[in-house]
Every structure is written in C-alpha cells, then in structure tokens.
Write a protein that binds this ligand. Structure first.
Ligand code: SF4
Length: 236
C-alpha cells in the first residue's frame, strides 16, 4: 500500500507553516532533525526549540538536532515492560555524573563494566555487585544482576527530558499549534487521498496547499495592504 506521511513544522507564535515535507516512511522517528533544521533556517534563527510528540523520539535525532542548534522537547515513549510487571523502571535509577555510576532504588551503586554496540549505538553497561544479596531484588530483576544500559550520548536525551520537565504544557502547546493546521488542511483537501500520485507530484500538491494556508494566514495577520507591500518588497 502506498502511503504518504506529511511532516510540518509550525511556528508557535504566528501559526505559519515554516517547513514541510512529504515522506513515504510509515513512521516519524527519523524526521525530527531534518524538519527542525529546515524550520530553524526558514525562520532565520541561530537557535530554536522544537516541540514534537513521542512518535518522533529517537536519541540519534535528538542529538542531530542539538548539533545544529535545535533544542528538542519531546516525551520518551514508555517501552519498558518492567513497570507494567511491577518492577523498578529505568527512571528509578539515578545517574551520578561525577562518578559515572547509577544509584539504584536500594541505595547501591551500579558500576560501569564495559561498552558494547547495540543496534549501531555504543552502549555502556552498568550493574551492582550487591544484586544477589539485595532484599528488594524481586521488585527489580528476575536475573542475577540488574543491568543498566547507557548510550554514549545519553546526556543529550537527559537534557531533552529536563527541558520537557521545565515546560509542563509543552504537549498542549504542540497540540494547539500543529493540530489546527492539520485540521484545516485536511478540511480543505476533503479528508481524502491526494489528487496526484507519486512522491514528487504529491510533494508539489502539498506545497500548493501549504502556500495557500500561509497566504491566508499572513493576510489575516497583516491585512491585505501590508501583505501586498511585503510581497512586492520581496522582489526588490
Ligand atoms: S537488585 Fe540490584 S540494582 Fe536492583 S535494587 Fe537491588 S541492588 Fe539495586
């Protein structure tokens, strides 16, 4: 089945679409950095905060954002089964940066052991020698030791989490900024398929919709006369 996935970055102040792209990947996980960078460039900013939903979560993408001056804010999907099974979650382990160790819920320290590659990422592995004698081990792990993995660039995703913690309404801001835009575009397009076929044509069709959306939006912000003056001055 052919499917198109429309990516848009919307400026939270004026609700203008500052970047868009049509991709034919069925997920958003690899789209964050390129969209955020395109938005930063279009807005002429050196730095930018980009809010996204959890579908965009990828440590590598968050790092790529940070490397290009974009501070990503997005929630981490909860993929750990530990909490659901009544055991301590990864977030119950506190990283002690100065020692490069984790403090576990029993107050023990999980020490760095070795680094190995997992799915192309360098993952550092930690565990405590105290696990076997731990009185709360049943709440922690069915294995001999509770092993903790830490990506070599985990500090990047920790900073993203800190930004999210400092902005509790981030997801509300995201919703009210982008959902209205998607709703309007879908309404215009009749909640149906694209009129064209193949990615280059669909991209053009989407660009025309975005152009119309932004033009209407600018007209309502500036009014007709100022919009015309701004358009005429662009050619000079
Ligand atoms: S099992 Fe190990 S990591 Fe888990 S709480 Fe006990 S000592 Fe800490």
């Amino acid at each position: 089945m052919v499917a198109y996935n429309v990516q848009v970055a919307v400026d939270a102040k004026h609700h203008l679409i500052v970047a868009h792209e049509v991709i034919n990947q069925g997920h958003d996980r690899s789209a964050l950095a390129s969209m955020a960078l395109a938005a930063r460039k279009a807005m002429g900013k050196r730095k930018l905060q980009a809010i996204a939903d959890r579908g965009y979560y990828s440590g590598e993408q968050i790092k790529a954002c940070e490397d290009t001056g974009v501070a990503a804010i997005l929630p981490k999907p909860n993929t750990s089964g530990a909490r659901a099974q009544g055991r301590f979650d990864r977030s119950d382990f506190i990283y002690i940066q100065k020692d490069d160790e984790y403090q576990c819920p029993a107050g023990q320290r999980a020490l760095y052991r070795f680094t190995r590659e997992e799915a192309g990422l360098q993952m550092r592995r930690y565990w405590s020698s105290a696990c076997k004698q731990c009185p709360i081990k049943s709440q922690c792990t069915p294995s001999d030791y509770r092993r903790i993995s830490r990506w070599e660039h985990e500090d990047v995703v920790e900073r993203a989490q800190q930004r999210l913690d400092q902005m509790p309404d981030a997801m509300m801001v995201r919703r009210r900024t982008v959902e209205h835009v998607f709703g309007t575009l879908k309404h215009w397009m009749g909640y149906t398929h694209f009129l064209t076929k193949r990615l280059p044509n669909v991209s053009t069709e989407m660009s025309l919709n975005v152009l119309a959306y932004n033009l209407k939006r600018v007209l309502s912000i500036l009014g007709f006369n100022k919009t015309m003056t701004a358009i005429q001055s662009m050619g000079k």
